[in-house]
Design a protein around this ligand. Structure first.
Ligand code: CP
Ligand code: NVA
Length: 300
């Protein structure tokens, strides 16, 4: 039997795998690829809230001829403390794949170790790889498939999204400029690895990060699980918002991306997120196509 594959981080896929995955996401979107997962079932464990991830996986599975089951802490034994070990083994006897969104990245890794079916990371405190596939697809739609020729500017928190952009730069070799306030840098190991493979710069100056960039992207200042730090974070990130004057320093053809949910007037002005350079709804739609490509790759 072939060894099962998991998708816990962008770096789980080689550069060629990633390129193929993006091709497939585009073919699924255009209707050219009609592959199916007939009769297959995905279990979706959500230990944090979700709109896009939950709906795109569930709709994606149904469009592929399969079925998805939603499990949360409040209505499964996971919330009552049943071990990751037992849950992973039990679910593997029923379903063909498991998607999990949780806090500690180590929990997803432990899940993958014990599950005999593919495990997909639907977001952890460390990484959000499924979102980045959709973002790379949105970039390809705008600028073509040669990601390595582009520059991405990340403004704000060195969070799970920033870490996943680092992994994508590491794999695909595009330029990445991150502007993060002191104390909110991305994961040092992921930064160092990306810096060895690609042109990756970390700065405290948002203007420096966006000069000539093709993509300007940001995220909330307090992620899920950081609610208690909110006041302190609002102060630290005050000068790291994406506004019209910042977008004016990027390339004239630059696009704005945000994984959503967003706080208009906080990390991004309404003028930018609702403006002509914003591609946020294409990006959100692409979650569906990207998710289908990921499930086909792992579960077919
Ligand atoms: N971008 C994203 O993952 O959205 P949800 O939290 O709604 O799933
Ligand atoms: N960084 C955000 C992303 C939400 C999709 C969070 O983790 O809450």
């Amino acid at each position: 039997m072939a060894k099962k594959r998991d998708f816990l981080a962008i770096s789980d896929f080689s550069r060629d795998d990633l390129k193929q995955l993006l091709e497939r996401a585009c073919s699924l979107k255009s209707g050219v690829d009609r592959a199916q997962l007939t009769g297959k079932t995905l279990a979706m464990i959500f230990r944090k809230s979700s709109t896009r991830t939950r709906v795109s996986f569930q709709v994606g599975m149904s469009q592929l001829g399969g079925h998805a089951i939603f499990l949360s802490d409040s209505d499964s034994q996971i919330g009552r403390g049943e071990s990751v070990h037992d849950t992973a083994k039990v679910l593997s006897r029923y379903v063909d794949g498991i998607m999990i969104r949780t806090f500690a990245h180590a929990e997803v890794e432990e899940f993958a170790r014990h599950a005999s079916v593919p495990v997909i990371n639907g977001l952890t405190d460390l990484l959000h790889p499924c979102q980045i596939i959709a973002d790379l697809q949105t970039m390809a739609e705008e600028f073509g498939r040669e990601h390595a020729a582009r520059t991405v500017a990340w403004i704000g928190d060195g969070n799970n999204m920033a870490n996943s952009w680092l992994n994508a730069a590491y794999r695909l070799g595009f330029s990445l400029r991150l502007a993060c306030p002191e104390g909110y840098d991305p994961e040092p190991e992921l930064l160092a690895r990306a810096q060895r493979e690609a042109d990756v710069v970390l700065t405290r100056d948002r203007s420096e990060a966006v000069q000539g960039a093709d993509v300007v992207t940001t995220d909330v200042w307090a992620s899920m699980g950081q609610e208690e730090e909110e006041a302190e974070r609002m102060e630290a990130f005050e000068t790291f918002l994406v506004d019209e004057s910042l977008m004016g320093q990027a390339a004239p053809s630059a696009i704005f991306l945000h994984c959503l949910p967003a706080h208009r007037g906080e990390e991004v002005t309404a003028g930018v997120i609702d403006g002509p350079q914003s591609r946020i709804f294409d990006e959100a739609e692409n979650r569906l196509h990207a998710q289908k490509a990921i499930m086909l790759e792992l579960m077919a």
